[in-house]
Design a binder for this molecule. Structure first.
Ligand code: ADP
Ligand code: MG
Length: 269
């Protein structure tokens, strides 16, 4: 459970999925066995990796309703070292169906507890809301990574997120902490972007990751090809930025930047 990270921000379009997918790909490349959990009914993380959700027999939805049956739903090695717990549109129903279920806030935690020992890192891509699904992610995670887009001043929404984090910490998961804030979609030509960076650094201090993700068309294009940025355009500025962010993440997790070769860690399984 130590390295289970929820990528959360209730605002849509801030770079949650992009950040979760690229970081998961980076960690796997570096030899850290990684599980990416797609907790958004829109299934963008699932499709970003080229997985067709229409062809999935089971998804995270089934696992949340029947945690006992979760293992068969994980897609192993969607990339070397990277497993995916795929989402499907049905997950939208879970938000409603779980309301009256026992332990409704801990459904994902139960699923994660069963799987976590196989992985160095587990990343959870949250939906754009603070509803029951996101609460499940926050109850299952050890820490939260918050992407913030540099294109408008987000402080009001952030106050709401911080309130939710405090509430989850008090009521559901006392060990939850903020791993860091990631600035995304930075365009140095706009004064607003520069201002957002300053404001966020003032508010979050060293919890702000040093690496800033630039606005880059390549990042918006890659998912439609079912590719990560490291596959679609490995020499791009965007790939470089996500690799730098990944290294910072490994530092914060106290993991080596380069793990033993993948073959070795795979043969242990
Ligand atoms: P969220 O998961 O928070 O809703 P996404 O990661 O899906 O946000 O990003 C929203 C949109 O912006 C997507 O179309 C994505 O491809 C695009 N995008 C994300 N990050 C960048 C970036 N740094 N530069 C340009 N486009 C980006
Ligand atoms: Mg998303």
């Amino acid at each position: 459970m130590e390295r289970v990270i929820a990528v959360a921000n209730q605002k849509g379009g801030v770079g949650k999925t992009t950040t979760a997918v690229q970081l998961a790909a980076f960690l796997a490349q570096r030899g850290h066995r990684t599980l990416l959990i797609d907790l958004d009914p829109q299934a963008n993380a699932t499709s970003s990796l080229g997985v067709d959700r229409a062809r999935l027999a089971v998804s995270l939805y089934d696992a949340l309703l029947e945690p006992d049956e979760s293992e068969g739903a994980v897609l192993t090695d969607v990339r070397p070292g990277l497993d995916l717990f795929p989402s499907s549109g049905a997950l939208a129903g879970a938000e409603v169906e779980l309301v009256s279920a026992p332990e409704r806030e801990y459904r994902l935690r139960t699923v994660v507890e069963r799987l976590a020992s196989r992985y160095g890192v587990v990343l959870i891509d949250c939906p754009p809301s603070l509803g029951l699904l996101t609460v499940n992610a926050l109850a299952a995670a050890r820490s939260v990574l918050v992407p913030i887009q540099c294109e408008y001043l987000p402080l009001e929404g952030l106050a709401q997120l911080v309130t939710t984090l405090d509430l989850v910490k008090r009521r559901l998961n006392p060990r939850l902490d903020v791993l860091g804030v990631v600035l995304t979609m930075f365009d140095a030509r706009t004064r607003l972007a520069v201002q957002v960076v300053q404001e966020i650094r003032r508010a979050f201090g060293t919890r702000t990751f040093r690496t800033i993700i630039p606005r880059a068309v390549r990042l918006a294009e890659a998912p439609s090809h079912g590719q990560t940025i490291f596959e679609y355009d490995p020499t791009s500025r965007a790939a470089h930025a996500y690799a730098e962010l990944g290294k910072e993440l490994l530092e914060r997790l106290a993991l080596p930047v380069e793990e033993t070769p993948l073959e070795a860690s795979q043969s242990i399984r």
